[in-house]
Write a protein that binds this ligand. Structure first.
Ligand code: ADP
Length: 674
């Protein structure tokens, strides 16, 4: 076995590989970029090497520099994780040339599956069923259009070199084809420097079911059953589970055999995943093979009791697979959710910022947490904005989903917007629990998954108000301790007896509403809140982790308030209350501060960059008349294209940037006249 390995990755997967290596007594070397100097994976590894600037192309994608880091540190093998260089045959070759083991398949297998088009040709030969489509070399517009017309709409344009749903376009009708083709090619070029596409029949309500395969260098190849990854948004996985709901043993065997045949057809070694798309009637077609460990591998680990990273290390070291096919079995049910820094209400726009507060579920016998961040870390625009993967393993699917819904409801993140509420709603959804599983689930159940915001709850207002009160007391206490005059009565904290009873109206605004609870500080040092119906006694105690134990009129609850910077430059208070889906974003309205009023006025008449990125297409110029919802420009940010549309009918007064320019978050891009 190796004595030292380098992990050519970052985030949760780097941390996860380090954990297994450590358990096996293998030393670890991390690599990191400028942005990741203080990252969790760097702190966990035995050694760390700085490899370059924050953008991945200046660090995690620099094959030569990473291979050099392995040589310099004396690592015998490199684990590529997923993404970045994990499916880069050139990198695998560079490692081999340097005498370092690449923990993955042979370069020839990566190449064979690296192109979705080439992979399909191989699978066609191996007799694995394919979705009707076109995956030829002729890439002229006219031919692609003719093929799409032949296949029949809707069709799906896929990028041959693609991954992560990037560049994928659904085309509903023939006259939209050329437009969508141009968009797919543009995104492909930016993400993969290769705009070769293929076309497939777009299946209605399909399921994504994939098979985990594993092969060693001694001719053994097994599968570790299936994962269902049908719950997706924008063709990206959101929830994965194993086993797949409704799978019967005969179909499991058929899919497993097809996957093993696919792996054998290309001389596969190591961990791989054969992805299938399945019709509602269970007919399955080969989609692609991923020649690496998948993000969702933990659900397979949970139900089989195997550590797939350990398997990878053993196979890479030349050992035999730890188990034969007949020694593998399924126990219970596992569900994984991907907790992302993104805003489901704004088209899943990635959200960046400092994690001012982070409370993930506690790991335990049923719960596993894979994360690359800690409270205080920053989610930057440079990488995938995943905060954590939460994995639940339980006796059956219903129990696993119930447990997960509870964990997501209790997850607290401040500083970035997350999909935690959506994940809780999904896991608690009756239709999903009932086995309705397909890639259109989120869209179809939009109304119940994205409920209108609930009215502000008094407990939320109490938590925010008491947090403010305790913070003021803390500050006064700190001042008194460090100040020039420690005995000054001005520093007296609120627990001390007051000469007068005070009543302060604290104004909070939320979504255009204002709420005005009054806080009463009584002469005996106790507090009360008046919501307009007379004072109610309150107490609040700060727990060690900053949370509040509150009693409001005799009813106890746990709450928390965290102050975070808002996009308009002000400060918002995020409130979490146990049992209420949160957080609630409140703004303290200071009657003496005009900035909180100006913020909304400034937003009118202009379109601002919702996140930092590059303008890749400008669709309007000064003087153009536009109508509400009309696309104005395309911004590329966090590796995705975002189309910004006109907020109202009007005339473009000025366009502040040209295509190709980089813009910062909040930059005014286009100015309007009504
Ligand atoms: P990527 O490699 O970019 O992730 P995939 O080929 O794996 O792309 O497809 C991603 C997702 O897109 C699938 O999980 C599925 O939801 C959807 N998809 C792919 N092919 C089809 C198809 N022919 N019909 C309907 N949906 C599809």
């Amino acid at each position: 076995m190796f004595t030292k390995i380098l992990i050519a990755n970052r985030g949760e997967i780097a941390c996860r590989v380090i954990a297994t290596a450590r358990r096996m007594g293998i030393r670890t070397v991390a690599v990191y970029s400028d942005a990741d100097r203080g990252a969790r994976h760097v702190a966990l590894a035995d050694e760390a090497v700085h490899v370059g600037g924050s953008p991945a192309r200046d660090s995690y994608l620099l094959a030569d520099r990473i291979a050099a880091a392995a040589i310099a540190t004396g690592a015998e093998a490199v684990h590529p994780g997923y993404g970045f260089l994990s499916e880069n045959a050139g990198f695998a070759e560079a490692c081999a040339a340097a005498g370092i083991v690449f923990i993955g398949p042979p370069p020839s297998a990566i190449r064979a599956m690296g192109s979705k088009s080439e992979a399909k040709k191989i699978m066609e030969k191996a007799g694995v069923p394919l979705v009707p489509g076109y995956h030829g070399d002729d890439q002229t517009d006219a031919l692609l259009q003719a093929e799409a017309d032949r296949i029949g709409y809707p069709v799906l344009i896929k990028v041959s070199a693609g991954g992560g749903g990037k560049g994928m376009r659904v085309v509903e009708e023939s006259n939209r084809f050329r437009d969508q083709l141009a968009g797919a090619r543009r995104e492909a070029k930016a993400a993969f420097a290769d705009d070769h596409v293929l076309i497939e029949k777009y299946l209605a309500r399909p399921r994504h079911i994939e098979i985990q395969v594993f092969a060693d260098t001694r001719g053994n190849c097994v599968h570790l059953f299936e994962r269902d990854c049908s719950i997706q948004r924008r063709h990206q996985k959101v929830i994965e589970e194993a086993p797949a709901p409704g799978m019967d043993p005969a179909r499991r065997r058929a899919m497993g055999d097809a996957a093993v045949a696919a792996a054998r057809a290309i001389g596969y070694v190591g961990a791989g995943t054969v992805e299938f798309i399945a019709d509602q009637d269970g007919t399955f077609y080969f989609m692609e093979m991923n020649t690496r460990l998948q993000v969702e591998h933990p659900v397979t680990e949970a139900i089989t009791g195997q550590d797939l990273v350990e398997w990878q290390l053993r196979v890479a070291a030349g050992q035999e697979l730890p188990r034969r096919q007949e020694e593998l079995s399924i126990s219970g049910h596992a569900v994984e959710v991907r907790l992302y820094a993104e805003d489901p209400d704004r088209g899943f726009l990635p959200s960046t910022g400092r994690l001012a507060h982070l409370k993930l579920p506690a790991p335990g016998p049923h719960v596993r947490i894979d994360t690359g961040v800690r409270a205080g870390d920053t989610v930057t625009p440079f990488y995938d904005p995943m905060i954590a993967k939460v994995i639940v393993h339980d006796a059956d699917r219903a129990s696993a989903l119930r447990r997960m819904a509870g964990l997501m409801a209790a997850t607290e993140v401040a500083g970035v917007t997350t999909n935690a509420r959506l994940l809780a709603a999904l896991c608690g959804h009756a239709a999903f629990a009932g086995g309705e599983v397909d890639t259109g689930f989120i869209e179809r159940h939009r109304d119940s998954l994205f409920p209108a915001a609930a009215p502000v709850d008094r407990r939320e207002l109490a938590a925010a108000t008491l947090h403010r009160e305790l913070s003021r007391a803390d500050r006064a206490l700190a001042l008194a301790r460090t100040g020039a005059d420690p005995d000054s009565p001005w520093n007296a904290v609120s627990a001390a007896p007051l000469l007068l009873e005070t009543r302060e109206v604290v104004r909070w605004s939320w979504g255009g509403e204002t709420h005005e609870p009054a806080l009463l500080r009584r002469r005996d040092g106790t507090l009360a809140i008046d919501f307009g119906e007379g004072p109610v006694a309150v107490t609040a105690n700060r727990a060690a982790d900053g949370g509040l134990a509150i009693s409001l009129g005799g009813h106890g609850f746990a709450g928390r308030a965290v102050e975070v910077p808002a996009t308009d430059g002000g400060t918002d208070t995020l409130v979490f209350v146990d049992g209420i889906p949160g957080p609630r974003r409140l703004r303290l309205v200071d009657p003496l501060d005009v900035s909180s009023y100006q913020a909304t006025a400034a937003g009118e008449g202009s379109v601002r960059a919702p996140l930092p990125g590059r303008i890749i297409d400008l669709k309007v110029k000064a003087g153009d008349r536009v109508s509400r919802g009309q696309p104005l420009l395309v911004l590329e940010a966090m590796k995705m294209e975002h189309t910004l549309a006109a907020p109202a009918d009007g005339t473009v007064k000025s366009v502040r940037f040209v295509a190709g320019e980089q813009v910062v978050e909040g930059a005014e891009l286009i100015e309007f006249e009504g």
